[in-house]
Design a binder for this molecule. Structure first.
Ligand SMILES: Nc1ncnc2c1ncn2[C@@H]1O[C@H](COP(=O)(O)OP(=O)(O)OP(=O)(O)O)[C@@H](O)[C@H]1O
Length: 290
């Protein structure tokens, strides 16, 4: 979820809003009406998934970045959360992970209303997140970076680790394929290694649900396969995963289901094959990225 093209996205949205205003006397166009129909058919209860968003809206001044968005993340699935640049992906998950509260709507996690819960509270509940722009401590080793992210106050259940923090950190490094690089500085890792370190730091908080931001950006084809394999293993070990991306590269063979958003609203949801075949999705991407 890079920010480079946010200005363009804002312009696009402004253009879209201007078009909406112009079309008001004649009512919305078909293209505008259909995403609303998809949204209107959504009705989720608090227990419909591990994470449930109900009618979440986020406004920044006059800009509606997330617009009455509802969806559920089912326990044990790998969900793709997809949308063009500026669609509102980061904002949606900033509302969920406690960066800021939604303007309206509710968020339930594990059946409890967590709307507006601060970031550390969401981590304690079992929600972890990786960022596309990695932020490791450069003056610490790979191992120390993971050890510092450990949360000893939670029962450490991943693979039943026991022992001290460094042993736990070492086990997590091995889990993500960094077992032979624990003493390196993060700056000595290639891009794919930094992604593994980011995953390790997230796993150190012992999450039940992991939000992963654009894991395939900057990876070669072989690295995409390796990372997909790792994510699939993590799911098999009990994690629920949401992979956020602005395109489908590498996602098709990984995810069980996808939700596509545009202009902050849900455009489509379904299996990867259904998403690919969806004409509105193809139109939103103008043939690029899918
Ligand atoms: N803090 C903020 N203040 C004002 N506007 C914001 C803020 N954060 C995001 N926006 C705007 O909200 C809209 C959605 O942005 P967001 O970053 O959520 O999109 P995205 O789907 O994650 O895009 P990308 O894939 O490019 O990262 C954009 O128009 C963006 O400029």
């Amino acid at each position: 979820m890079s920010t480079e093209s946010n200005a363009d996205a804002t312009n696009d949205r402004a253009t879209n809003e201007a078009q909406t205003d112009e079309s008001e006397p004649d009512g919305p166009t078909t293209a505008e009406r259909e995403p609303q129909t998809e949204a209107a058919s959504d009705a989720y209860g608090p227990d419909d998934g591990l994470l449930v968003l109900q009618n979440v809206t986020k406004r920044f001044g006059g800009l509606t970045a997330v617009d009455d968005l509802s969806f559920a993340v089912e326990e044990g699935e790998i969900l793709g959360f997809i949308g063009p640049n500026g669609a509102g992906k980061s904002t949606t998950f900033n509302c969920v992970t406690g960066v800021y509260p939604p303007t309206a709507g509710t968020v339930h996690y594990d059946g409890e209303d967590v709307t507006g819960t601060a970031a550390h509270g969401m981590v304690k509940r079992g929600l972890a997140r990786t960022f596309q722009s990695f932020r490791p401590l450069e003056d610490r080793s790979v191992l120390d970076n993971v050890a510092l992210a450990l949360t000893p106050d939670r029962l450490f259940s991943l693979s039943g680790f026991r022992g001290g923090l460094r042993e736990q950190a070492r086990a997590i490094c091995e889990r993500v394929g960094l077992g032979d690089r624990t003493e390196l500085s993060p700056s000595e890792l290639p891009h794919a290694g930094l992604l593994r370190l980011e995953l390790a730091r997230a796993l150190a908080t012992d999450p039940d649900l992991l939000l992963i931001d654009e894991p395939f950006a900057g990876l070669s084809g072989g690295e995409v396969e390796d990372v997909s394999g790792l994510l699939t293993e993590l799911r098999e070990e009990g994690l629920t995963l949401v992979v956020v991306d602005h395109n489908m590269r590498g996602l098709l063979s990984l995810i069980d289901r996808a939700i596509v958003i545009r202009f902050g609203s849900k455009l489509a949801s379904g299996t990867p094959e259904e998403i690919r075949a969806n004409e509105e999705v193809q139109e939103a991407y103008l043939g690029g990225g899918l």
